[in-house]
Design a protein around this ligand. Structure first.
Ligand SMILES: NC(=O)c1ccc[n+]([C@@H]2O[C@H](COP(=O)([O-])OP(=O)(O)OC[C@H]3O[C@@H](n4cnc5c(N)ncnc54)[C@H](OP(=O)(O)O)[C@@H]3O)[C@@H](O)[C@H]2O)c1
Length: 334
């Protein structure tokens, strides 16, 4: 089968389209014929060998075939697989601990990483959900780690929510979800994404290249930051009295700062600052996202599609900035 392979960290140029052996499912695994896979900033970070990737592969990538999200059809199942049978259409998030690998014609993966794909979605639409949308939904609804588990995030109509990185893979889901929950939403991203953000429901937009959202004087009830790079004190300043700041993406240093200083601030004051809590492939979340998709309330934004053979170009496009929503890889099966 054809697969995208990388054996060293680097730019998208280290990715190679190779002919590799088609995997054989182990007893608890499902062999999925991949129809579509989507790119995440996390895939790019793994490719570059940024800090999360170095935990599993300090010197070279642990998993040679990248790809987090998958949508495809079950081709075969191991003898202990209970939930699926050949012909089922499935979707899933193959990130840790499931081994990645969706940028290939086939992937063999634990059944725990998969769920039945809604018939209402195309494979391309479905592959945008399992990682980006689930992480975003959970970040918006679960108390962040380190902030004390004695409270719940509850949306009241008119709550002010800010999403930093609103025009990307997670942010485009975040804006729609926050609107659906009744919030007044501010989306922060580049100016060229403003039309998209407004069309998704953003009430206010801020151009991050011109303005620092922590210095505008506005205060928010909930801030979700997927590209955080300021100090926790800046985020603390931008929160209302009972406000919550959640870091989803950012530097290792900032994650450490949030885990230490943020926890201290959360335990000693009314503002909460923490790291998003996340559980992959949670059925309730996939079900809610399906319901919202079918009602037309939260829909995927697909910017570009690339065939598997052009996966390196797809990574280059994402790396170059300016992508709006998701970039999808499609398979060309014979
Ligand atoms: N903690 C977790 O569980 C978890 C799970 C999933 C993902 N993540 C992390 O979340 C991050 C984002 O993921 P994603 O897939 O949404 O990324 P993405 O698709 O690349 O979106 C990021 C968006 O932020 C914009 N942006 C870049 N710099 C910015 C800045 N300084 N201020 C405001 N906006 C800025 C980008 O626009 P331009 O590129 O056009 O500038 C882009 O629209 C990644 O770091 C990923 O590792 C964390």
């Amino acid at each position: 089968m054809k697969a995208i392979v990388y054996t060293q960290y680097g730019s998208p140029d280290v990715l190679q389209l190779q002919e590799v052996e088609k995997p054989v499912p182990k007893e608890d695994q499902v062999l999925v014929k991949v129809h579509a896979a989507s790119l995440n900033a996390g895939d790019l970070e793994n490719l570059r060998g940024e800090w999360p990737a170095r935990f599993s592969g300090p010197f070279r990538p642990m998993h040679k075939i990248p790809g987090t999200d998958v949508a495809g059809m079950v081709e075969a199942v191991g003898e202990n697989v209970k939930q699926f049978q050949p012909g089922d259409e499935v979707w899933g998030d193959l990130s840790f601990p499931y081994g990645f690998g969706s940028f290939a014609e086939y992937v063999s993966v634990s059944e725990k990483a998969l769920a039945l794909k809604p018939a209402s979605m195309t494979f391309e639409q479905a592959t945008t959900y399992p990682h980006s949308a689930v992480v975003t939904l959970q970040a918006l609804t679960r108390p962040p780690l380190g902030s004390g588990s004695d409270f719940k995030i509850s949306f009241e109509s008119g709550n002010k929510v800010l999403i930093n990185g609103a025009g990307g893979g997670m942010g485009t889901f975040g804006v729609q979800l926050a609107k659906h929950f009744g919030a007044e939403v501010t989306g922060v991203d580049r100016r060229d994404k403003f039309n998209l953000l407004r069309s998704l429901g953003a009430d206010h937009v801020i151009d991050y290249t011109q303005e620092d959202y922590t210095k505008t004087g506005q205060r928010y009830d909930l801030i979700l930051d997927v590209v955080a790079h300021r100090s926790v004190f800046a985020y603390q300043r931008a929160l209302n009295l009972e406000g919550i700041f959640i870091i989803v993406g950012g530097s290792l240093g900032l994650f450490i700062q949030v885990a230490t200083l943020g926890t201290l601030i959360s335990r000693t004051g009314s503002k909460k600052i923490g790291i998003n809590s996340w559980e992959a492939n949670k059925k309730d979340d996939l079900d809610l996202l399906t319901e919202l998709f079918e009602a037309g309330k939260v829909v995927p934004v697909i910017d570009r599609r690339y065939p598997l053979s052009e996966a390196a170009e797809a990574f280059h496009y994402l790396a170059g900035g300016h992508a709006q929503g998701k970039v999808v890889i499609t398979m060309e099966h014979d």
